[in-house]
Ligand binder design. Structure first.
Ligand code: BTN
Length: 233
């Protein structure tokens, strides 16, 4: 497995995207000790101090339908969730599509970015940030974010966790490349889905409404039960 380590980068996703454009880099993993411009989803920033957490981005160049690329994020979340659960021996949950939750707080986020043409994928970059050994969070994050250390009071070997995530992901990825559906992974994902059977707020085309989440389908879409229109799932 090819890995490139950095001491400090702006964002491992940005570094990975640049490498993906310039080199034959399918399967390359970019890891950094710190990020000066860690990116979260929806334009948010990802707090990325030095020396204790995991910031990494996996470059993939899968020969699959670009419409199916977002399913890779679901696999990445599942790989991280399984790895954390195994290493810290605690139940982890997934908040659809790709937040990993430990004791009701977020411990990992995934930001997938891709470059596609109409009928093929140039590259996909799966960015994974895991709060591993940090001992505290700034006030505005403390109520929703946590780290493995905060929850277990034990330091986790980052190399072991990275290796596990890559191995778990690769196993599922090889199957996925052949079949391009999440069918074999749905049950495991839905079993740990924190939103399942709970009321969730759906924000769709500017409209907001309450619905009950059921679980993902084989495309990775969250299936909901619309409370106001009970026949419409
Ligand atoms: C989220 O908002 O939940 C997604 C956070 C993703 C953070 C990771 S850290 C490694 C990679 N590089 C980035 O700039 N972001 C992702």
């Amino acid at each position: 497995k090819k890995v490139r380590f950095y001491d400090e980068v702006d964002s491992t996703n940005l570094v990975a995207k640049k490498i993906a454009e310039e080199e034959e880099s399918d399967g390359l993993l970019v890891v950094s000790e710190s990020q000066t411009k860690g990116k979260g989803r929806r334009g948010r920033e990802w707090s990325s101090d030095k020396g204790c957490d995991i910031f990494m981005s996996l470059i993939l160049k899968p020969k699959i339908n670009p419409m199916n690329a977002s399913m890779l994020t679901i696999l990445a979340a599942l790989a991280v969730s399984k790895s954390i659960a195994k290493i810290v021996e605690k139940d982890t949950y997934i908040k659809w599509p790709n937040d990993i939750i430990l004791n009701n707080k977020k411990v990992c986020g995934v930001l997938t970015e891709m470059s596609t043409e109409i009928d093929y994928i140039n590259h996909v970059v799966i960015g994974i940030g895991i709060n591993v050994n940090r001992t505290s969070f700034p006030n505005e994050l403390a109520s929703m974010a946590t780290s493995l250390y905060v929850e277990t009071e034990q330091k986790v070997q980052r190399a072991e966790l990275i290796a596990s995530v890559v191995k778990e992901f690769e196993e599922m990825y090889l199957v996925f490349l052949e079949i391009q559906t999440l069918q074999p992974f749905m049950k495991e994902y839905n079993d740990t889905l924190i939103n399942a059977k709970r009321q969730v707020k759906i924000i769709e085309y500017g409209k907001e409404y309450e619905a009950i989440a059921i679980g993902i389908n084989e495309k990775g879409e969250l299936m909901i039960h619309d409370i106001d229109h009970p026949d419409h799932v």
